[in-house]
Write a protein that binds this ligand. Structure first.
Ligand SMILES: [Zn+2]
Length: 176
């Protein structure tokens, strides 16, 4: 596996899951975007470290953590693609800053590396999109649907995008 995340961004911590997002912003992360996620992927596929380190989300009782998923931030690593400002879910319109395939691919590589670094298995409950949290973890997310629709593969249903996420991560983790 091609390493993509610098080792210094992955300090040891007990983490349970990885939740994937888009920022609903532009291709360049804003200060606000950086405060909500641990790892962000810009419009060129380059990675940015958020202002909170991953270990900040090991416990959230001190209020010092990346808040990316309502009621589900403890033990959760937040990875986000910088895109999809103004996107509408139904009928699907990706807006003026559509997610690019290269951002998705960079996200898959980052998630696989995080699974390896933190010993996180690839299951419905441990590697998932924000839009799957309500269904898979039973924690209401007030209609969040990121990143379950793909502008480069618009025919895929959210369920199929979730499967694509996990199968592509598994493929990177499986030695050839
Ligand atoms: Zn989200």
């Amino acid at each position: 596996m091609q390493p993509v995340i610098p080792k210094s961004w992955m300090m040891p911590a007990k983490m349970e899951r990885i939740i994937c997002h888009w920022t609903a912003g532009g291709y360049i992360p804003s200060e606000n975007d950086l405060s909500h996620y641990h790892i962000l992927i810009d419009g060129d596929g380059a990675l940015h470290a958020g202002s909170h380190v991953i270990a900040d989300n090991e416990s959230t009782s001190d209020g010092d953590y990346a808040a990316h998923t309502r009621g589900t931030n403890t033990g959760s690593i937040g990875v986000s693609m910088c895109c999809m400002a103004g996107a509408i879910d139904r009928p699907f319109n990706p807006g003026q800053v559509p997610m690019k395939q290269l951002q998705w691919d960079a996200m898959i590589a980052a998630v696989a590396q995080l699974c390896q670094a933190y010993s996180i298995p690839v299951t419905l409950q441990t590697v998932l999109g924000h839009g799957e949290v309500e269904k898979n973890l039973g924690r209401p997310q007030s209609g969040k649907w990121d990143p379950m629709m793909l502008p480069f593969a618009p025919k895929l249903s959210p369920e199929e995008v979730g499967e694509k996420l996990r199968s592509e991560v598994r493929a990177l983790l499986t030695p050839p």
